[in-house]
Design a protein around this ligand. Sequence first.
Ligand code: G4P
Length: 534
Amino acid sequence: MLDTAPNRPDLPAEIARRRTFAIISHPDAGKTTLTEKFLLYGGAIQMAGQVRAKGEARRTRSDFMQMEKDRGISVSASAMSFDYNGWRFNLVDTPGHSDFSEDTYRTLTAVDAAIMVIDGAKGVESQTQKLFEVCRLRDLPILTFCNKMDRESRDTFEIIDEIQEMLAIDVTPASWPIGQGRDFIGCYDILRDRLELMDRADRNRVAESIQINGLDDPKLAEHVPAHLLEPFLEEIEMARELLPALDPQSVLEGHMTPIWFGSAINSFGVKELMEGIGAYGPEPQPQRAEPRQISPEETKVSGFVFKVQANMDPKHRDRVAFVRLASGHFTRGMKLTHVRTKKPMAVSNPVLFLASDRELAEEAWAGDIIGIPNHGQLRIGDTLTEGEPIRVTGIPSFAPELLKGIRAADPMKAKHLDKALMQFAEEGAAKVFKPMIGAGYVVGVVGALQFEVLASRIELEYGLPVRFEPSQFTSARWVGGDKTAMDRFINANRQHIAHDHDGDVVYLTRLQWDIDRIERDFPDLTLSATKEMM
Ligand code: G4P
């Protein structure tokens, strides 16, 4: 029988079989290749190579996309669903560029677990570490795939030690590699006592899998050459002594990560990883919300917007809001309440992101991601609900780390720039601040690349070349507090005050000293580097 929800037998089967996750990795570790193999085994594509081909086709659509291609980055995130062995997997793609962005953070608010892919020769790289830290903020369970084992790789113990030390997480081997580099023949599946042998001749062939009755089984020697068998047996004995055994609860709490060794390009180790996500990955988790948390099994549907992608087709100015369903069973045409505006919204053309293409969603369950085309009503952080008003929390907006002034190259077009900036601010692509004194806007981003992305999108989508200018400010803080204190504060600091696209008050400065001073002089006010999106 399929072990769908070992921890929560009360969950309806449809919800219990769902696994919603993201892949975190450093560029080039093999995320795309692994995704492709997931989709292949999930029956979502027929042939390896389609994801990339589809990616290419998508990238040629615009100059902006051209930029992604040149830099080998993927700026836009998407979601894909596929079935495997009775499980429904929802894979949410994290943006792959190296600038940490809110987009990445918010993507991770929509998943229940992450797969960490590392390159067996390189170990834990910088981007992996950054993304891991974001996962840790939410205690997300992490399953690890050590890729490219078909090539010269680091010593297995060394890789495991590095993960334990750099990421401060217990590591338990789910499989153990046999041989190294050109000698690599496959893995021993520790969890199921099987020998998995890689077929180097056919990259798309699934490994030969042989049941083994423990490590004394003579069958091992039939399949593993003597010069590899001995060191393997020594290593695995050491591993059993030195490394912790799999503790499913500890995995779910994010304290332990099981690691599989494999080679995505050779289709090796991927199925074992998928089985692992099914068996040890979490089912859809309760969602933090106000005034109470939302449980997936609640019958009333609710969901929240974690990403908005605007102008997917510049001719139509359409937007798709990516909604993670937090509870219930959604059916097409359902009327939900848009909690922020209190307006009803009939969701008549929701989209499910099946890997082969977008498809109209007739139904979806808690844990699924649906796309809702709209004209701007849906913003990041918005909650939709069938029941009482409730608001999903924990989708923050971060203070930008880089600020610049922005102007339309043609001053006659300033009005158009207003509109474009508001839209990008709502989409979450940048922070936009309107200073109280002076004309123009200050835009803020977390990574420098976002300035270029913004400029090229404004030009492409609004036909509006823009110029950035150095700003006298380097930091922004949202200001909160009662009205009297706030008015007094604003009057005393007018040169530093701006409003964001929601009209909230922001304090701009270049000195930490200023921030400390305000905190001292205005104890009734709070200066915050994050703002809850709503
Ligand atoms: P990314 O999305 O994480 O950036 O990585 P991607 O899958 O694009 O893989 C990066 C490179 O690593 C690709 O080579 C890919 O073929 C290769 N690769 C992925 N998995 C394995 C593996 O298990 N073993 C080996 N040896 N290589 C692997 P490329 O030359 O950049 O691209 P391509 O010409 O193969 O398309």
